[in-house]
Design a protein around this ligand. Structure first.
Ligand SMILES: *[C@@H]1O[C@H](CO)[C@@H](O)[C@H](O)[C@H]1NC(C)=O
Ligand SMILES: *[C@@H]1O[C@H](CO)[C@@H](O)[C@H](O)[C@H]1NC(C)=O
Ligand SMILES: *[C@@H]1O[C@H](CO)[C@@H](O)[C@H](O)[C@H]1NC(C)=O
Ligand SMILES: *[C@@H]1O[C@H](CO)[C@@H](O)[C@H](O)[C@H]1NC(C)=O
Ligand SMILES: CC(=O)N[C@H]1CO[C@H](CO)[C@@H](O)[C@@H]1O
Length: 469
C-alpha cells in the first residue's frame, strides 16, 4: 500500500506543447510539477510551395506540415507521452487554410493523422492583396488594420477572384486551429481571439467577428470560426495518439507571438526585447486598458490581445539582426572584389572585437535598410561622418547603437517607465551572439536587463495550460 502511494506520488505528468512555425515545427514535454522542459524536438517543415501563378502567393503544403508534426512527436520519449495530461498548440498567425468538415475521427490513422480535403496553407507572407485591393475592402470595426496575408483579406481575395475555390470547403482556420480540430475530431473550427485578431475584422472588445460589415460586403461568413477564450479548452482528443490517451484535453490554439512572450515574461512588470532577424519590444498593458476604437496608422505601437481581455503593447521594427548581416555581407562582398577572402562568421567575430574596444562613436547610423512599414522608401542614413570616426570599430558600434536607437524611438523609455516596466528580458539570436548589441541595450534602457530566458512558443503554450487548467 505504502509502496503504491509512493509510486503514484512520484509519477510525473506532462503537458505536450506544439508549435507550428513558418519554417519548422516543435514539440516539447513540460513536466507539470516542476514546470520545466523534460524533452524537446524540432524539425524543419520544408513545406514552401513555389509560386507559379504570378500573384505573389506564399503557400505551404498542409499535408507536409502535418506529416512533419507527427514525425516530430514520434521522436519524443514514449514513456512520457503516455503521461500527457493536456495538449497545447500554437503557431504562425494571420494565415488561413480551408477544409471540409466531417464529424467523427476522420483524420486519425493510428499515430499519424493525414491531412484530407484541405487547401494549402496561405501564409502571413502572402502578397496577393495589393494596397488598392485592401483599400477596396470595408472599414473594419477593430483597433487593428488589415494587411495582405491576413485570413479575412485572403478570403475576400478568393471571393473576388476565384469564388468557385471556396465552394469546396466548409471551414476555415489557421494551421494551428486545423491541428486542434484534427486532434479533437471537431466538425468546425474553434478559434481564440489571439488568432482571430490576426485575421482582421475581429472586435477584441466584444470578441466577435464584424459579421454585419462582412456580410454586407458579400463575405462568406459561414466560413468564420467560432470563438473560444484564449487559454481555454477546444475539446478532447478523439482517439489515442502517439501513446497519449483518448479524451486528453486540448487547448484552443494560440498565437506564437503571445506564447513566446508568455514563456519568458515571468512577471507583469517585465518587458521582452527580442532581436533576431527583426526586432520587437513588448510589455503587458494594465488589466483595465482598452485599445482605441480604430486603427492608429501613425502609431508605432500596436496592441495584441493576450489573456483575460488584457493586451500586449508591441513595437515591431523591421530592422534588427538583418541590418548587421547586411553589413557583414557588404564587407565580404567588398573584400572579394579586392581579392581578399574571409568567411562571414570570421568577419563577424572580428567586427565585434573591434567595436568592443570602441565604446562610443560620434558617427550616426540610422539603419532602416528595409524602409519602414508605413514608408517603404525612407531608407537608411549615415551622418556626422568625420575622418577620425571611420574605423570598423566606429562603424560597427554606430550600427548597433542605431538598431537600438530605432527600437527605443518606437517605444520610448518614459513610456516603459509609466507602464511600470522594471526589467527588460533580452532574447533572440542577434542578442545572443553580439555583445556590442547587448551593451547598447543596457545603455538604451535604465531598467535591469536579463538574458538567456527560454523564449519559445511551444514551451509558452504548455506553460499557459500548466498555469490555467
Ligand atoms: C467593439 O465592440 C464594443 C462592444 O460592443 C464597442 O464598444 C466598440 O466600439 C467596438 N469597436 C472596437 C474597435 O472596439
Ligand atoms: C522573437 O522573434 C522570433 C523570430 O522573429 C519570433 O518567432 C518570436 O515570436 C519572437 N518572440 C518574441 C517574444 O517577440
Ligand atoms: C525605426 O524603424 C521604424 C521601422 O522599422 C521606423 O518607423 C522608425 O521611424 C525608425 N526610427 C528611427 C529613429 O530610426
Ligand atoms: C558629431 O560629431 C562631433 C565630433 O565628433 C560631435 O562633437 C557631435 O556631438 C556629433 N553630433 C551629434 C549630433 O552627435
Ligand atoms: C567617439 C570618438 O572617437 N569621436 C571622435 C570623432 O571624431 C572627432 C573629430 O575628428 C573627434 O574629436 C572625436 O573624438
Amino acid at each position: 500500500m505504502l509502496k503504491h502511494a509512493v509510486l503514484v506520488a512520484g509519477m510525473s505528468n506532462f503537458i505536450l506543447g506544439l508549435d507550428v512555425g513558418t519554417t519548422s515545427v516543435k514539440a516539447i514535454l513540460l513536466e507539470t510539477g516542476s514546470r520545466s522542459v523534460a524533452a524537446s524536438q524540432s524539425l524543419p517543415t520544408a513545406s514552401d510551395l513555389s509560386d507559379s501563378s504570378g500573384i505573389k502567393a506564399k503557400e505551404q503544403d498542409t499535408g507536409q506540415i502535418i506529416d512533419t508534426l507527427s514525425r516530430c512527436i514520434g521522436l519524443l520519449p514514449k514513456d512520457k507521452l503516455q503521461h500527457v495530461c493536456s495538449i497545447g498548440v500554437s503557431g504562425q498567425m494571420h494565415g488561413v487554410l480551408f477544409w471540409k468538415a466531417k464529424s467523427g475521427c476522420d483524420w486519425s490513422n493510428g499515430d499519424f493523422f493525414t491531412a484530407k480535403d484541405t487547401s494549402q496553407l496561405i501564409t502571413w507572407q502572402d502578397g496577393r492583396c495589393s494596397s488598392d485591393f485592401l483599400c477596396s475592402l470595408p472599414k473594419p470595426d477593430s483597433h487593428l488594420s488589415v494587411a495582405t496575408g491576413f485570413g479575412c483579406a485572403t478570403i475576400f481575395w478568393y471571393m473576388k477572384h476565384r469564388p468557385e475555390f471556396l465552394e469546396d470547403f466548409t471551414v476555415a482556420g489557421t494551421i494551428q486551429d486545423y491541428v486542434v480540430s484534427m486532434l479533437c475530431g471537431l466538425d468546425r473550427c474553434a478559434m481564440t481571439p489571439q488568432n482571430a485578431a490576426s485575421w482582421g475584422f475581429f472586435n477584441t472588445s466584444s470578441n466577435q467577428w464584424n459579421k454585419n460589415i462582412l456580410k454586407e460586403a458579400g463575405f462568406p461568413v459561414h466560413l468564420l470560426p467560432q470563438c473560444v477564450p484564449s487559454g481555454g479548452l477546444a475539446g478532447q482528443t478523439c482517439s489515442a495518439w502517439h501513446g497519449i490517451p483518448a479524451g486528453t484535453p486540448v487547448g484552443g490554439a494560440l498565437g506564437d507571438f503571445q506564447c513566446s512572450v508568455y514563456s519568458c515574461m515571468s512577471v507583469r512588470t517585465d518587458a521582452v526585447l527580442n532581436i533576431s532577424t527583426s526586432a520587437q519590444l513588448t510589455f503587458a498593458m494594465p488589466a483595465d486598458f482598452r485599445p482605441p476604437d480604430s486603427p492608429q496608422s501613425a502609431s508605432s505601437i500596436s496592441y495584441f490581445p493576450y489573456f483575460d481581455s488584457s493586451y500586449l503593447a508591441v513595437a515591431a521594427s523591421l530592422n534588427g539582426g538583418n541590418v548587421l548581416s547586411t553589413f557583414v555581407e557588404m564587407l565580404t562582398g567588398w573584400m572579394k572584389e579586392l581579392g581578399a577572402e574571409l568567411s562571414d562568421s570570421c568577419l563577424y567575430e572580428k567586427l565585434i572585437s573591434c567595436a568592443l574596444k570602441q565604446e562610443t562613436s560620434d558617427l550616426i547610423m540610422s539603419p532602416t535598410l528595409l524602409g519602414e512599414r508605413h514608408n517603404p522608401i525612407r531608407l537608411g542614413q549615415v551622418t556626422n561622418i568625420s575622418a577620425s570616426n571611420l574605423s570598423l570599430g566606429h562603424v560597427t558600434r554606430a550600427l548597433c547603437h542605431g538598431v537600438l536607437n530605432n527600437i527605443s524611438s518606437m517605444m520610448p523609455v518614459e513610456q516603459l517607465q509609466r507602464a511600470g516596466v522594471s526589467r527588460i528580458v533580452g532574447s533572440g539570436s542577434a542578442l545572443a551572439r553580439n555583445e556590442v548589441l547587448r551593451q547598447e541595450v543596457e545603455k538604451a534602457f535604465p531598467q535591469q536587463v536579463v538574458y538567456g530566458q527560454n523564449v519559445d512558443s511551444a514551451v509558452g503554450v504548455a506553460m499557459v495550460l500548466c498555469d490555467r487548467l
